[in-house]
Design a protein around this ligand. Structure first.
Ligand code: ARG
Length: 460
């Protein structure tokens, strides 16, 4: 295959080296962005008088034809070519003859590939945000149905204080809302046009970069041509934002895995989202959340990969940067499939309210409320805390719960205890009285849900 750049060379590229050097195996997924970028570029060349207007029109028509033919399957991408840019330019020249050869005026593959990747990732960021918004919507729905579903809240995986399932789920909603914000932020820095930087030093042709930027719907034009062709911060930032999404999904999955164990039984996964064992007939395994949890690893790995590729690269373009694409495409695909599977899995989960309530009854998770009871009656909190600790020790020893411990035992510790203590430490009361902003009461969580619903509307 004759190379675009064959002029200077006397030998063809070694076959193995040709394979090694090629990127078409993974950059072909940017064919549409490559064509749209070339269309805008050639229109600008025509409108600026750099090539003849009629040639520009022919090039645009030719490119549109190629796009249509690739989409319909009439034209197959030739994987023996070096990259998608070479393939499309070569195909254009095959179709148009000499006119096709004018397309690459005032352009380099260095600014072209940076453009294609930015266009591609802008689209992917938008799709991932949409998937996250769907997940947020699902969380709001399940939370609304579970404002009164009491469960233990944990610290150190020890039962700590009563919360509700709604409160717990809305914690994840906060995380995924931040993910949406982070992606919007990454989008801003991805939305910068590199085209016109050419190889690294701009061009002597009177190009109009603003016009190209408008045609391709970019927010800004990169203001330094050397940075424009060698900046991959946007790939690193997206890789990082996606890693954080995976962290959140992985934490959530870990809880679903724990909760679906016999030890917890808080949740039952739908059969459509569980798998069996080839030997143990009784098994119903949470493979899907496990796989999501596991896939966090590859997304983190991709982030480490691009960070390491970019460190110590001298300005401007270096071929090392061809290594930017596979990792980020893999992270994008991984996050998309994880979200596509996770949200319906969550929606089909059956939460076992009764078992959650029973779990909340054990573990003295209303001990803080006993201490607060005394404090509200005038005892300094530190003293109330100490007395409550002693009460818990007594309950452990005599096998009582704080709710079943008789009042006379309470009174042994402090005369401030009256029979209203039982109402004060009832789990329902414990949750409902926690009306502080962000807390677990139905009132507080309803506010959280409406904040997230507003957020969804604001990002739709
Ligand atoms: N395949 C290359 C990449 O992905 C395109 C740019 C090549 N430029 C060059 N001068 N070799 O980075």
């Amino acid at each position: 295959m004759a190379k675009l750049w064959a002029g200077r060379f006397q030998k063809e590229l070694d076959r193995k080296v040709n394979e090694f050097n090629a990127s078409i195996g993974f950059d072909s997924r940017m064919f549409e962005q490559d064509i749209m970028g070339s269309i805008a570029h050639s229109q600008m060349l025509g409108e600026s008088g750099i090539i003849a207007e009629e040639d520009s029109v022919k090039i645009v028509d030719g490119l549109l034809g190629i796009l249509e033919d690739i989409k319909s399957g009439k034209l197959n991408i030739d994987y023996n070519e070096e990259d998608i840019h070479t393939f499309i330019e070569g195909e254009l020249t095959k179709r148009l003859g000499d006119v096709g050869k004018k397309l690459h005026t005032a352009r380099s593959r260095n600014d072209q590939v940076a453009l294609d990747l930015r266009l591609n990732l802008k689209g992917e960021i938008t799709s991932i945000k949409e998937l996250l918004l769907k997940l947020l919507d699902a969380l709001c729905g399940i939370a609304s149905d579970n404002l009164d579903t009491i469960m233990p809240g944990y610290t150190h995986l020890q039962r700590a204080q009563p919360v509700t399932l709604a409160h717990h789920l809305m914690a994840y909603a906060s995380m995924f809302a931040r993910d949406v914000e982070r992606l919007s932020d990454v989008y801003k820095r991805t939305d910068v046009l590199p085209l016109g930087a050419c190889a690294l030093a701009g061009t002597t042709y009177p190009i109009n970069r603003d016009l190209v930027s408008q045609k391709l719907n970019f927010g800004k034009v990169a203001f330094n041509s050397m940075d424009a062709v060698s900046d991959r911060d946007f790939v690193i930032e997206l890789g990082s934002a996606l890693s954080i999404v995976m962290t959140h999904l992985s934490r959530f999955c870990e809880e679903i895995i724990l909760w679906s164990s016999w030890e917890y039984k808080f949740v039952e996964l739908d059969d459509a989202y569980s798998t069996g064992s080839s030997i143990m007939p009784q098994k119903k395994n949470p493979d899907i959340p496990e796989l999501v949890r596991g896939k966090a690893g590859r997304v983190y790995g991709n982030l480490m990969g691009i960070l390491t590729v970019m460190k110590a690269l001298p300005l401007a373009y270096n071929k090392d940067m061809q290594e930017d694409k596979e990792g980020i495409f893999d992270s994008v695909d991984t996050v998309k499939i994880c979200l596509e599977v996770f949200t319906p899995m969550l929606l089909s989960c059956k939460f076992n309210k009764q078992i959650m309530a029973q779990a909340a009854e054990k573990g003295f998770i209303n001990a803080t409320d006993v201490a607060d009871y005394l404090t509200k009656k005038g005892m300094p909190f530190r003293d109330a805390y100490k007395i409550t600790g002693q009460l818990v020790a007594l309950c452990v020893e005599k096998n009582y719960s704080l709710n079943s411990l008789p009042i006379y035992k309470y009174k042994d510790f402090s005369p401030l205890f009256e029979s209203d203590v039982y109402d004060a430490i009832n789990l329902k009361t414990c949750v409902e009285k926690r009306t502080s902003f962000g807390g677990p009461s139905a009132e507080s969580v309803s506010k959280q849900i409406s904040i997230v619903k507003e957020f969804i509307k604001g990002n739709a």
